[in-house]
Design a protein around this ligand. Structure first.
Ligand code: ADP
Ligand code: GLC
Length: 473
């Protein structure tokens, strides 16, 4: 079975968040299920520079305002087709934003082009190769089935995966002709979404199946509170909407072999983990024998980290330290920076893959007070590295972390701490609960070992995706 994945991010070529990890890991996991994935990506500079065995396979005279070349290549074992179109993607930095943090003004064209090429690959754009199923990720791929439905040619089944309903790909209706879609597509059963074009909405409406990245989030987005204006449509998809939990690539995230660590360790050599904590504390001037929290996150309101400054007095009272690695909304970055005190907080505003690995390996507990979380990967990375996640009971966080309540502690199954809501009181209570368990070294280490043996890989979920694809062909 041949699957074409359409995505705007792919680890290790281009990453702003978990979408890249998922798109990068699924092809390898699906190969075990006899599914061959080819991934279509925008040819951002980092993508073109990172491809190996790259060769041009097709030229397009005019792709929304300029010429394009399809380049076929590899990233590790993964097969990639990149769209080399300098007028659309030849810009350094973030895939979606300019250097002042504003959306690129032509994002509609940039990602419609991605979807258009995806649809045209179904129609034999590269002679001799046609996918059986197209798997689109997020709003950037949402128009694939619109092109398949509303323009001439062969169609193929489309699976729409929602990684985050908060990003819906909304653009003015007037752009429709520029995107090469007929006005007949602009209806409630097509691309229209609350008076504009909604690319994710189009994908959700027109896909043969819709998935999202955890069972709990699949339920949450069908409610008015969690549905971001799409709950009615999502409910109408009934059993075509499924929640398939994300995993992480356990070869990339492996504390036994991780070159970013000061000291590698396993469940059996847990005591070696300390060296990573010592390295972090030395780097940031923190007390090595105190409880140490970590944060690795986009700094946005989704992630609830605006709650953090108000909880620092609680951390102080508990004698705990914290290491924060994050980047995002400037006002949030500033608020955290303003609250930082030397000796209590290590703060790095930016993106640093190696430091992220060291934080999972060296802090005791990872704070993830998200307001909503489709799946979340950092709790999985943390658990794999014996760092206990402290999470809000929402979305994929609810599905992956077993709360250290009395019963779970007694049954020796707890893997982290859940809090009922993303608010200051819940966060403070959670911090105190963590400190109480941490005082009991035996209980803490038992939780670490439980967390480290939790099944966080892709095997089970890849089988679910493969079964879904097979239903369709
Ligand atoms: P989201 O996709 O919503 O940002 P996820 O938890 O699904 O959240 O995935 C986040 C991914 O990005 C993880 O691989 C995490 O390690 C990584 N990450 C987030 N922020 C940073 C950062 N500042 N530096 C390095 N890696 C980061
Ligand atoms: C999104 C979500 C995150 C999820 C990731 C990968 O970025 O915010 O919860 O883990 O996609 O599916």
């Amino acid at each position: 079975m041949q699957v074409l994945a359409v995505t705007s991010e792919f680890y290790p070529l281009i990453k702003t968040g978990g979408l890249a990890d998922v798109a990068g890991a699924l092809p390898g996991a699906l190969a075990e299920e006899n599914v061959t994935v080819t991934t279509l990506l925008p040819g951002y500079p980092a993508v073109l520079a990172g491809l190996t065995s790259a060769e041009p396979v097709r030229t397009i005279d005019d792709l929304f305002g300029g010429p394009a070349t399809l380049v076929s290549g590899r990233a590790g074992d993964a097969r990639i087709i990149a769209i080399d179109a300098p007028h659309l993607y030849g810009r350094p930095g973030n895939p979606y934003l300019d250097d002042r943090g504003a959306d690129w003004p032509d994002n509609a064209q940039r990602f419609a082009a991605l979807a258009r090429v995806g649809a045209d690959l179904v129609r034999g754009l590269i002679p001799g190769w046609q996918p059986d199923v197209v798997h689109g990720h997020d709003w950037q791929a949402g128009l694939v089935p619109a092109y398949l439905r509303f323009t001439e040619g062969r169609a193929a089944p489309f699976v729409m995966t929602i990684h985050n309903l908060a990003f819906s790909g909304r653009f003015p209706a007037a752009l429709l002709p520029a995107l090469g879609l007929p006005w007949s597509s602009y209806t409630i059963d097509g691309v229209e979404f609350w008076g504009g074009i909604g690319t994710l909405k189009a994908g959700v409406r027109l896909a043969e199946r819709v998935t999202t990245v955890s069972p709990t989030y699949a339920r949450e987005i069908c409610t008015q509170e969690g549905g971001v204006g799409m709950d009615g449509l999502l409910r109408s998809r009934g059993s075509d909407l499924r929640g398939i939990l994300n995993g992480i690539d356990t070869t990339v995230w492996n504390p036994g072999k991780d070159t970013a660590l000061t000291q590698t360790f396993t469940r059996k050599t847990l005591e070696k983990r300390e060296a990573n904590k010592a390295a972090l504390c030395a780097r940031f001037g923190l007390k090595p024998d105190a409880l140490l929290f970590g944060v690795v996150s986009r700094l946005t309101t989704q992630k609830g980290l605006d709650l953090l400054p108000a909880s620092l007095p609680t951390l102080r009272r508990l004698g705990a330290g914290i290491v924060i690695l994050g980047a995002g909304q400037p006002e949030l970055e500033q608020a955290i920076q303003a609250a930082a005190r030397p000796g209590e907080m290590g703060l790095v505003l930016g993106y640093d893959e190696n430091l992220a690995h060291l934080i999972y390996a060296g802090t005791d507990a990872l704070l993830i007070p998200s307001r909503f979380e489709p799946c979340g990967l950092t709790q999985l990375c943390a658990m794999r590295y014996g760092c206990l996640p402290v999470v809000t009971r929402v979305g994929g966080l609810a599905d992956t972390v077993i709360d250290a309540n009395e019963a779970a502690l007694a049954a020796e199954v707890a893997t982290g701490f859940q809090m009922p809501a993303a608010d200051r009181v819940s966060l403070d209570l959670a911090l105190e609960r963590v400190a109480t368990v941490w005082e009991d070294l035996e209980a803490w280490e038992r939780m670490q070992r439980n967390a480290m043996k939790a099944e966080v890989g892709w095997a089970r979920s890849a089988a679910q995706y493969a079964a879904l694809f097979r239903e369709l062909v």
